[in-house]
Design a protein around this ligand. Sequence first.
Ligand code: FAD
Ligand code: NAI
Length: 328
Amino acid sequence: MTVPIAIIGAGIAGLSAAQALQKAGHSVHLFDKGHGSGGRMASKRSDAGALDLGAQYFTARDRRFVEQVQQWVAAGWTAQWKPQLYNYRDGALSPSPDEQIRWVGVPRMSAITRGLLKDVTVNFGCRIAEVFRGKQYWHLQDTEGCSHGPFSRVVIAVPAPQATPLLAAAPKLAAVAAGVQMEPTWAIALGFEPPLETPMQGCFVQDNPLDWLARNRSKPGRDEQLDTWVLHATSNWSKQHLDLPKEEVIELLRGEFAELVGCVVPPPAFALAHRWLYARPAGNHEWGALADADLGLYACGDWCLSGRVEGAWLSGQEAARRLLEHLE
Ligand code: FAD
Ligand code: NAI
């Protein structure tokens, strides 16, 4: 029997590592505390349909990721989004078209990680509390007190603050992860009927509590009835209002939206709020991934590169590369 490799976190970084390791002939076993895959790239099911509340779209600049995205397009998981983009600055709204290619999962962002789960063993609803090594192999303990293992190696693919305690067996790696600051984002969704009278489909916002607006059904393959908008607050505003009740967050951000969107905003037929506690790393890093190859412990995620889908995917590839390199 071959002893599998454990991967903690079924976001895009963990699934990227899983795919690369499986391709090299290893068996992997994933664990995620959530009830589905995707992490910050997931979509939330709601009365207004499945909404992309985290990652809104992604760009591909690294050649390897460009090739990967082409495969996702061929598989039908990804399509280009061509929004009518605006910019809001100094109290003025203006069209802001550009040439950037932007990708989304279809029919929702989570389609990509859902697709990557095929043929992978995964335990959902399982929050890992401890990673420890026996005489030869690794074991994981979850918060319900269940033990999982043995595993030959462990890849930790969760945000840095959540990775820190799991890296206790490798204090140097734990110290690096502990030094990474991650910032929150409040996200809200507002659904309108009839649709708002604006041609806008996406908007970058400056000098405002809001950071970004997107019209969810302008993305390819969506079929929601309501005209649902996803609004993201800035990191600063989110930090200052971290513990505000959801209803108040919705009220405050709805007010900002109504002021800047440039058309009449009636009371929404639908509203929800979601707080991303570890939305993005405060800065970029160039680690690729963290590794203690002798121990067999690895860490990856967007925080090892850039706080973007591409950074997370590349980091998962790098963790797998380092692991495989050590086996040669
Ligand atoms: P995650 O997606 O966070 O995955 C980690 C997984 O680990 C999660 O599924 C979590 O449930 C699980 N987990 C954590 N702790 C444990 C534990 N102890 N045990 C078991 N499982 C655990 N990027 C872009 O490129 N474009 C965008 O437009 C964009 N917009 C964004 C907007 C928001 C509001 C947010 C929050 C992020 C956005 N991003 C965007 C960033 C992008 O979503 C992330 O960079 C990327 O999804 C991170 O992937 P990851 O696999 O590193 O981490
Ligand atoms: P990108 O190239 O579309 O955008 C990068 C940045 O350039 C934007 O944030 C914006 O400031 C500016 N920009 C791009 N096109 C513009 C236009 N037409 N008009 C005005 N400004 C424009 O995408 P990239 O580099 O892949 O970045 C991903 C996006 O994800 C960024 O917008 C980033 O802010 C967002 N993100 C949000 C997080 C959150 O927690 N809210 C977390 C991680 C990423």
